[in-house]
Design a protein around this ligand. Structure first.
Ligand SMILES: [Zn+2]
Length: 85
């Protein structure tokens, strides 16, 4: 392994501890619930889940769980969207 890659690995280790550097603006996830697997997405602060509960409430256990998992790196709009529901 060349020295430039070793330097990048060291930098990556430091960056990984500094979560304030990263803001996730969109992603898609496959969420394995107790009964089904649901496609959950987040784009520009807007959550979506294909489960029935989300359809009627605009929030669900899947989106709330992901919000907890990604709390430190989600865009602020995503946190506000979950908190408002
Ligand atoms: Zn859901």
């Amino acid at each position: 392994m060349d020295s430039s890659i070793i330097g990048k690995i060291d930098k990556a280790r430091k960056y990984a501890e500094e979560k304030e550097r990263v803001t996730i603006t969109s992603f898609k996830a496959s969420f394995q619930g107790n009964h089904n697997t649901y496609q959950v997405s987040f784009d520009s602060g807007v959550w979506h889940c294909q489960c029935l509960f989300f359809t009627t409430r605009g929030v669900c256990g899947h989106t709330m769980a992901l919000q907890r998992m990604l709390d430190e790196v989600l865009a602020h709009a995503a946190k506000d969207a979950v908190a408002a529901n």
